[in-house]
Write a protein that binds this ligand. Structure first.
Ligand SMILES: *Cc1c(COP(=O)(O)O)cnc(C)c1O
Length: 400
């Protein structure tokens, strides 16, 4: 059995393309185009060149000595925070903008939560000279205002979305509505392993450069090309997909994912989709979704705007269902504490999303020889205000 997508766009029972009639043509056009384009020599050459010279890849694999000592293992950090624009999102955005150009599209739309995907999209649109519109929940526009300013400076139009609880899920719905109104000239640049097939597979392939590099870097640094554990945070699932892609069918490698517990899995204020979700359809795909008994989508809550989504992509819904991944729910206060800890032990301020992965280390049983690779999905510059506002959650680091 493989955890890869099948030829119909399904991961086990999850995935597929559940879309309104009006989008059928664009999704089908994308499905037919994506593999021939991204596997072509011309695409690969330009994609690799931009990853290297523009995004700054390969991202370092850094042996974190002080944290290794603390957790009693050999901890390596995969530094996606070092990428241009500050997170793993740029890997996907570069790939999809090349695909959009190849498909003759002239206008690009995207949804964003924390604003990282919006910034990555606005960045590649500036790079290619393409028109760009970003949909972002009004709540997120307020709590991530520096990213909004970056997008505007890059020339994108930012549309605050005022439906629902005004966060990522509502931004996705607004982007899909816009796409329905402009199906022929517009490319929808989806930011995570979600949406109708082929998006989850497309995004996973474009992010798989993360595990491709981990293989080479581990071989180089520890003499074997696989770790005992991979650890990543999970919202829609793209940095986790990239981290596990070349290992998902390798049972020697255990996979631990951290989703956002919010105030607690049972508190009613959570984004712990894999813990709380049931099979349903959201934004064009069958996946685990948090929903009421009669199927209304529930609102997700997390201190981190990037994990604040009531669903989780089909690849991860399937792996979790079959026990391939161990999924931990990390609460807001645990993430903030872990963010301070990494900052003080390693001098790396992680994005609050990534801090959820860091907090997972404290819940794992590790042996001194275990090689653990943890993906730091992004940098915490955008979150400094939130960290400072919640510093009482990390009291031991002193009054500052
Ligand atoms: C967007 C984002 C995430 C969550 O998205 P995934 O698709 O699950 O990776 C995590 N970390 C950072 C820094 C992000 O910007």
């Amino acid at each position: 059995m493989s955890y890869q997508v099948d030829e119909n766009g399904f991961y086990g029972e999850f995935g597929g393309a559940y879309i309104p009639e009006i989008l059928y043509k664009c999704v089908e056009e994308l499905r037919q185009a994506y593999l021939p384009v991204i596997e072509s020599a011309a695409f690969q050459q330009e994609y690799r060149r931009l990853l290297r010279d523009y995004a700054g890849r390969p991202s370092p694999l850094y042996y974190a000595q002080r944290m290794s000592r603390k957790y009693g293992c050999r901890l390596y950090l995969k530094r996606e925070d070092c990428n241009h624009t500050g997170a793993h999102k740029i890997n996907n955005a570069i790939g999809q903008i090349l695909l959009a150009r190849e498909m003759g599209k002239t206008r690009v739309i995207a949804e964003t939560g924390a604003g990282q995907h919006g910034v990555a999209t606005a960045t590649v649109c500036a790079l290619m000279g393409m028109e760009c519109e970003i949909f972002m929940g009004k709540t997120d526009v307020e709590r991530q205002h520096t990213n909004v300013e970056r997008m505007r400076m890059l020339g994108a139009k930012v549309n605050p979305v005022t439906t629902g609880n005004m966060t990522l899920s509502d931004a996705c719905s607004a982007a899909i509505r816009d796409w329905c109104c402009h199906p022929s000239d517009t490319y929808y640049l989806v930011g995570s392993t979600m949406g109708p097939h082929p998006y989850p597979d497309l995004v996973a392939r474009l992010q798989s450069v993360i595990s491709e590099e981990i293989k080479v870097q581990l071989q180089d640094q520890v003499g074997r090309d696989y770790p005992d554990y991979l650890v990543a945070c999970i919202g829609g699932g793209s940095n986790a997909a990239g981290t596990v892609y070349h290992y998902m069918d390798d049972e020697r490698v255990r996979i631990v994912l951290a989703e956002a517990g919010g105030h607690g899995v049972d508190s009613g204020y959570t984004a712990a989709t894999i813990h709380r979700g049931r099979t349903g359809i959201l934004h064009g795909s069958k996946m685990l979704v948090m929903q009421t008994p009669d199927g209304q989508i529930e609102e997700a809550f997390s201190i981190s705007a990037g994990l604040d989504y009531p669903g989780v992509g089909p690849m991860h819904s399937n792996m979790a269902k079959h026990g391939r991944t161990q999924v931990l729910a990390i609460n807001d206060d645990e993430a903030i504490h872990a963010g301070y800890e990494m900052t003080r032990l390693e001098g790396i301020i992680p994005a609050i999303e990534s801090a959820h992965a860091v907090a997972a280390l404290g819940k794992m049983t590790l042996l001194p020889d275990d090689i653990v690779v943890l993906t730091v999905s992004g940098r915490g510059d955008k979150d400094v205000e939130t960290y400072l506002k919640n510093k009482e959650m990390a009291k031991e680091y002193g009054d500052f």
